[in-house]
Write a protein that binds this ligand. Structure first.
Ligand code: PA5
Length: 421
């Protein structure tokens, strides 16, 4: 299957801010070794995109809820929420039931959300790989309590589904205590790598997204990486090499994902967690920054252009030319906006994405450009697999374990300690 994006390294390797060829070539050689290592790994992430049995299990739950629910509230935090949120951004508006994500247990927000739910017709998907995350469990038990107090105690099992590892945990006990369905969180896939599993699939089905297409996009990237004729053709390896070359030159404390579409805003949030939590270890790491369309030309661009030259810029631009409303010709002329005559809003966005990439490059900043002709399940699945593999390869190049998260675990332990005091 073809890749749904085109990556250009022209401005990163050839523009005024070019990474020296010798540095890139050396990094690419190391990335080749990292890629060879990756190919030997039996990653469940590679296999999940071929599976269909788990989609059938999720579909069974979705079918039960689809027509008799007003709201689906997805409870989970970090990797148990951000992927679903990124998928929600590409779902068509107005799908029923409403699907909302509740990651931050802000007391005000949660109370507001609970007050807004019709407790007879709201279902809760509780997602926690470990099954023991306090934030998520707090939301789940307060929701169960509210339903019980509203007289729905007998029907609790129809209001909840849990996605957690198939083993004993608080969340598994919670689901069992009411007889609610439990769906398996894959044992071999970590939270921030789990979007293509049940974690993303069940919410996606309820948002009318095509999860087969999502996995097909991811599969296309997996296959292109595993069968790449050279390391430079494996796009995640080339991306990791770019980062690595800059890091070796002492020019990488940040990496920026700048997306020219509102529908890719939450993709950047998902990627920020993936990159930060996977690679920020042992005194190493780079801070991921998300930016969106023209908005950040009026916000962060000044810093990007003239601040410390210590970042790689990845500009993701969908093909927007000719899309959206056209500028009314007479009004445009009357106001002296002749440059807008015959242009659509999509033309404006396309020009701005190009302008930002060139502004950065002319000011000696390394820029990678990703052209994304279409934003849909296939292309998002592909981008997600691309960035997950790029992160894993980067971990290998940096000599850190991209799969653990000791910082997160420490804060979980301390939170429980302080609550018990
Ligand atoms: O990616 C990770 O591993 C973390 O961000 C987890 O997703 C997050 O801590 C939530 O953990 P759990 O899914 O166990 O509730």
């Amino acid at each position: 299957m073809p890749l749904p994006f085109e990556i250009s390294l022209d401005l990163a390797l050839g523009g005024p801010g070019a990474i020296p060829k010798s540095s890139y070539d050396a990094a690419l050689k190391e990335a080749g070794a990292a890629l060879a290592w990756l190919k030997t790994q039996k990653l469940e992430l590679f296999d999940i995109v071929d599976r269909t049995d788990d989609i059938a299990a999720a579909q069974a739950v979705a079918d039960q809820w689809k027509d008799n629910s007003s709201d689906i509230a997805v409870l989970g935090i970090g990797g148990s929420s951000l992927g679903g949120q990124a998928l929600k951004a590409i779902a068509k508006a107005g799908h029923k039931p409403r699907v909302t994500f509740h990651d931050n247990p802000d007391p005000w927000s949660w109370q507001q959300s609970m007050a807004g739910f019709d407790l007879k017709t709201t279902r809760f998907i509780v997602i926690s790989k470990s099954g023991g995350t306090a934030e998520t469990l707090f939301q789940a038990i307060t929701a169960a309590d509210a339903i019980e107090k509203a007289g729905g105690g007998k029907y609790l099992k129809h209001h909840f589904a849990a996605i957690t590892e198939p083993k004993k945990s608080v969340l598994a006990d919670f689901a069992d205590s009411m007889g609610a369905p439990k769906l398996d969180h894959p044992l071999g896939i970590g939270g921030r790598y789990s979007v293509l599993s049940m974690v993303g699939v069940l919410p996606a089905l309820l948002m009318d997204l095509d999860v087969v297409k999502l996995r097909a996009g991811a599969r296309a990237v997996r296959d292109s990486v595993l069968n790449a004729p050279s390391v430079a053709h494996a796009t995640p390896a080339a991306g990791a090499a770019l980062h690595h070359a800059l890091a070796k030159e002492g020019k990488l404390t940040h990496t920026v994902m700048w997306n020219y579409a509102d529908r890719l805003k939450t993709l950047a949030a998902w990627w920020q967690q993936l990159w930060a939590e996977s690679l920020g270890k042992d005194g190493k790491g780079t801070s991921p920054i998300g930016a969106v369309g023209p908005v950040d030309q009026h916000s962060q661009l000044q810093l990007f252009r003239d601040g410390p030259n210590d970042a790689l810029y990845t500009v993701i631009a969908p093909d927007t030319k000719g899309q959206g409303l056209a500028a009314p010709a007479d009004r445009s002329r009357a106001l002296g906006l002749d440059y807008l005559v015959g242009k659509t809003m999509g033309d404006l966005i396309a020009a701005e994405a190009k302008a930002s990439a060139e502004t950065l490059s002319r000011n000696r900043r390394p820029v990678r450009q990703i052209r994304l002709p279409v934003i849909d399940e296939y292309s998002i699945g592909a981008l997600m697999m691309h960035f997950m593999l790029e992160t894993i390869l980067m971990g290998r190049l940096m000599g850190v374990d991209p799969f653990d998260q000791p910082g997160v675990e420490e804060s979980k332990v301390l939170t429980r300690k302080y609550l018990a005091e």
